[in-house]
Design a protein around this ligand. Structure first.
Ligand code: FAD
Length: 458
């Protein structure tokens, strides 16, 4: 049997591509060496958000008295927190298995290697089998990046994979790298009572965010008594009786029960046959693709983390749709003009489009409008007045080039902003759109009004 496509990897890139190929009438197989859902469902987006949902509940209980509801001191049963997380993951993984059956996507459990264009070898428990196909989609994703000097051992020096599986809340944790993953774990374990120290090589935490946002988050973390050390790297880490001892390049010593390495991701592209085929790799080791997700080898495509465009699940899935449509004879290209990204801290952060600095660097005249959640009726009613919406526009055309939110439900609010950036809407377009009251979304409307200095409430 010859498949229209064999997809290697069943993460949010691969499984979405496979289902769409099947929906469009193609015979498709997925090879997955672990569980369907990939990093996102099993070791990423979903388990972190499930733990975050638990600590958000804890916050609700801790703050209940402010709302006139007296409850006792909350007791954390971390075993139950973890069991609930596992249950959520299992349900979602089961959901993909169901979708595969429904759409007649054939699943092969095993490790795939490309033997030649159109030939994929699957190895499972020492047994090999060859699959033949017209097209191959590489969607093998990524794993936590490690540096030797950090001394990863999986017990005291861990990555996000192990941080999601801890059975007890550690007393203290050194978080190496204050990007999105580092900050989400600081939020999770910091909320559960772990003493948090963050070490970041860049001048600020969340260095890729708009400066106003990263500065505000840093202040919020400091208020929570997280120790944050920026502009510094780790020289070495040693195991000691109480956990680990880290020496920083500036001579500082940090002791903690656990050290979490969250310094980025390494691509799962070794030993899958790329070298022999001559698949072009970029400077960062990523698979080079065009906007149809084609590699330089005919019939071989790549999507998701391995192409290192944005290492986000929704981007992997969008690329999966594009690849499926191209394989099935449609003309489809990736458009990265409006990619939302979120940080699930408390409050949440979400952004789309350019930061104010990026607009300036491009020589575009910039105007920014801001609105504080403190002046938003819904946010105050919820007791969530911390944060703001910042809208960045082209001063000449009024077109919205970026929106940056730190505040309650920022990850949901960013959808409206994404639609605006994607469709080249102006601040006036958004400001002239009636937003329901009282809602958090009114903060977006008022921030766009403030681009012209005419917000009613602030
Ligand atoms: P993956 O999800 O990594 O899936 C690749 C799959 O390929 C894996 O299942 C793997 O087992 C399989 N595989 C690899 N090699 C082979 C082989 N040779 N043969 C067979 N199978 C193979 N993104 C968001 O958008 N939102 C979030 O909130 C978010 N939170 C995150 C939190 C954490 C802690 C982490 C680590 C990541 C998070 N991400 C988040 C990123 C997101 O998980 C990834 O961008 C996304 O999973 C990438 O999808 P993918 O399909 O490219 O690869």
């Amino acid at each position: 049997m010859t498949y229209k496509a064999v997809v290697i990897g069943g993460g949010p890139g691969g499984y979405v591509a496979a289902i769409r190929i099947a929906q469009l009438g193609g015979k498709v197989a997925v090879v997955e060496k672990d569980k369907l859902g990939g990093t996102c469902l099993n070791r990423g987006c979903i388990p972190t958000k499930s733990l975050i949902a638990a600590v958000d509940k804890l916050k609700t209980v801790e703050e209940a008295a402010e709302f006139g509801i007296e409850v006792g001191k909350p007791v954390i049963d971390f075993g139950k927190v973890q069991a609930r997380k596992a249950d959520v993951v299992e349900k979602l993984v089961g959901g993909i298995n169901f979708l595969f059956k429904k759409n007649k996507v054939k699943l092969f459990n095993g490790t795939a290697k490309i033997k030649a264009p159109g030939v994929v070898e699957v190895e499972n428990n020492g047994e090999n089998q060859e699959l033949h196909c017209e097209n191959i989609v590489i969607a093998t994703g990524s794993s936590p990046a490690l540096i030797k000097s950090l001394g990863y051992n999986g017990t005291t020096v861990i990555t996000s994979d192990e941080a999601l599986q801890l059975t007890e809340v550690p007393k203290s944790m050194l978080i190496i790298g204050a990007g999105v993953i580092g900050c989400e774990f600081a939020h999770i374990y910091g909320s559960l009572g772990t003493e948090i120290t963050m070490v970041e090589a860049a001048p600020s935490i969340l260095a890729l965010q708009d400066k106003d946002i990263s500065r505000r988050m840093q202040t919020i973390f400091k208020k929570k008594k997280y120790s944050i050390k920026t502009n510094v790297t780790i020289k070495k880490i040693e195991e000691v009786e109480s956990g680990i001892q880290a020496e920083l390049e500036n001579g500082d010593i940090i002791n903690a029960e656990k050290a979490l390495i969250s310094i980025g991701r390494t691509l799962n592209i070794k030993n899958i046959g790329l070298e022999k085929l001559g698949v072009e790799l970029g400077q960062r080791g990523q698979i080079v693709v065009n906007d149809k997700m084609q590699t330089n080898i005919k019939g071989i495509y790549a999507i998701g983390d391995v192409v290192m465009k944005y290492q986000l699940a929704h981007v992997a899935s969008a690329q999966g749709i594009v690849v499926a449509e191209n394989i099935m004879g449609k003309q489809s290209t990736m458009d990265y003009s409006a990619v939302p990204s979120c940080v699930f801290t408390s409050p949440e952060i979400a952004s789309v489009g350019m930061t104010e600095q990026q607009v300036k660097d491009k020589g575009i005249p910039v105007t920014a409008g801001k609105f504080n959640f403190m002046a938003n009726g819904k946010a105050l009613s919820m007791g969530e007045g911390e944060g703001f919406v910042k809208v960045v526009t082209n001063s000449k055309t009024d077109v919205v080039l970026g929106v940056h939110i730190i505040g309650p439900h920022a990850s949901d609010l960013i959808a409206e902003a994404t639609l605006a950036v994607k469709n080249g809407l102006t601040a006036k377009n958004l400001a002239a759109t009636i937003h329901a009251h009282p809602t958090l979304a009114e903060a977006i409307m008022e921030a766009t009004e403030n681009v012209h200095g005419i917000s009613i409430h602030g």
